[in-house]
Design a protein around this ligand. Structure first.
Ligand code: PLP
Ligand code: COI
Length: 357
C-alpha cells in the first residue's frame, strides 16, 4: 500500500528561545517529529508527524542491546531572502540507505521521506533560527526494534526525524580547534562499519575523545585501523590539508565516512578549475610538512562543524602549530563559498539547494 502522511499537531506549542546565541548544538528541540514503522511483512507504514516527545521502547529492543542504529545529520537554513532551504538532502537519505544496507536495517523510500521532511520543517518553520551561523539541525535516525534477545536480522524497525535549532557545533565557532592524533584506539577498519553512519562508530570513539578533551583538545584525528599510519578523519568531520600549495584529503577507502560537505567542497573546487587531491596521506608526511613549514592549512568539514580550521595538531607528545594558529585564506574561501550558497548570498550554480518555504 502507498504510504500516506498524517499530521497530529501539538496542543502545547513551544517557541524558539529569543536569545539564539545560547542555543548551542542539539539541546533544544522543535514541536513536532516525523516517524514511521517498518516490519518485514508490511514494509514502511504509519507515516506520521506527531508532537515531539519521549519514545516508548521494549527493554529487549534490538537497538538497546546490539546497536542496530543509523542516523543522518543535515540542516535547514533561513537564508537572506527569507526562504527556508535544505542543502543536498537527497545525498543524506541516499547515504542513509547505504548505512541501512551495511547494518541490515530497512532502506527508506527517499522521495517520500524527503517530502515528509519538507512538511515537518514547514510545520515547525518558526523554529528555524534567524541569526547568521545558526540553523535548524535535522536528525533522521532508524533503529531495529525487535522485542527479543536473539541476534538476528531485524524484522521491526522505526524511523524518526527530529529537529534541533542549533548554533555552532564547537565552542570555538569558526576559530581554530586543536586536534590530537590518536595512535592507540582506532575508529574503523575496512569491512567494518566506518563508512556507515551508525551510532556504534561514535560509541566506540568516546574513550579517545575523552582522553583528548582531558588534555585540552577538541577532538581526535583517527589513523587507519590496520597500520595506524594513514590519516582518516576527525571525530565528527572529514579532514583536509593544504600542503605545499595543494589541497588534499584522504581518499575514501571503506573506513572513512563519505561526508557530504567533503564531497561538496571537492566539487566546488573542481567547478573553480582547481584540482584537489584525494589520496593516502600518511601521518609521517603530515608531520614532516608541519615541521618543514609546507603544511599551510588544515581544516575539518562536516554538516555540524561546517568548515573548521585546525590551529594545532598534537602527535606523540609534540604539538605542531598550523598557520600560526590562525584561520587561513583557504578556510575563509571555502567557508564563504559553502555558507554563501546555504544562506542564499551566492548563486546556487551547482543546484544543491532544495527550497522548503
Ligand atoms: N566524519 C564523521 C565521523 C562525521 O560524523 C561527519 C558528520 O556527519 C562527517 C565526517 C562529515 O559528514 P557530512 O559532511 O556529511 O556531515
Ligand atoms: C553532523 O555533522 O551532522 C554529524 O552528524 C556530526 C555529529 C554531531 C555526530
Amino acid at each position: 500500500m502507498a504510504l500516506e502522511l498524517t499530521i497530529q499537531k501539538t496542543q502545547n506549542p513551544g517557541h524558539l528561545p529569543a536569545d539564539e546565541s545560547g542555543l548551542g548544538f542539539g539541546h533544544v528541540f522543535s514541536d513536532h517529529m516525523f516517524t514511521m514503522d517498518w516490519s518485514k511483512d508490511r514494509g514502511w507504514h504509519d507515516a506520521r508527524i506527531i508532537p515531539f516527545g519521549n519514545l516508548q521502547i521494549h527493554p529487549a529492543s534490538t537497538v538497546l542491546h546490539y546497536g542496530s542504529e543509523i542516523f543522518e545529520g543535515m540542516k535547514a537554513y533561513r537564508n537572506v531572502k527569507g526562504e527556508i532551504v535544505l542543502f543536498r538532502p537527497e545525498e543524506n537519505f541516499k547515504r542513509m540507505n547505504r548505512s541501512a544496507v551495511r547494518l541490515g536495517l530497512p532502506e527508506l523510500p527517499v522521495d517520500f521521506v524527503l517530502d515528509a521532511l519538507k512538511e515537518l520543517v514547514k510545520l515547525d518553520a518558526d523554529w528555524v533560527p534567524h541569526s547568521e551561523g545558526s540553523s535548524l539541525y535535522v536528525r533522521p535516525f532508524t533503529f531495529g526494534d525487535d522485542e527479543h534477545l536473539g541476534v538476528h536480522g531485524v524484522s521491526h524497525a522505526r524511523f524518526y526525524i527530529i529537529l534541533s535549532p542549533s548554533g555552532n557545533y564547537y565552542k570555538e565557532g569558526i576559530n581554530p580547534v586543536n586536534i590530537m592524533i590518536e595512535d592507540d584506539d582506532v575508529r574503523a577498519v575496512r569491512g567494518g562499519t566506518g563508512e556507515a553512519k551508525c551510532g556504534g562508530n561514535y560509541g566506540a570513539s568516546i574513550r579517545a575523545g575523552n582522553r583528548a578533551e582531558e588534555k585540552g583538545y577538541t577532538q581526535v584525528l583517527w589513523l587507519d585501523g590496520v597500520e595506524r599510519k594513514y590519516v582518516e578523519e576527525v571525530g565528527s568531520m572529514n579532514i583536509m590539508f593544504k600542503i605545499n600549495g595543494k589541497i588534499c584529503t584522504p581518499a575514501l577507502n571503506g573506513s572513512i565516512l563519505p561526508g557530504i560537505t567533503r564531497k561538496s567542497i571537492l566539487e566546488w573546487l573542481r567547478s573553480q578549475g582547481e584540482e584537489p587531491e584525494e589520496r593516502r596521506i600518511s601521518v609521517d608526511e603530515l608531520i614532516e610538512a608541519a615541521e618543514n613549514g609546507t603544511l599551510e592549512e588544515a581544516w575539518g568539514c562536516g554538516t555540524a562543524a561546517v568548515v573548521s580550521p585546525v590551529g594545532h595538531l598534537a602527535y606523540q607528545g609534540k604539538v605542531y602549530e598550523i598557520n600560526k594558529g590562525q584561520i587561513g585564506p583557504t578556510v575563509h574561501r571555502l567557508y564563504d563559498a559553502l555558507t554563501g550558497i546555504q544562506w542564499g548570498k551566492q548563486e546556487d550554480k551547482l543546484g544543491w539547494i532544495v527550497k522548503v518555504l
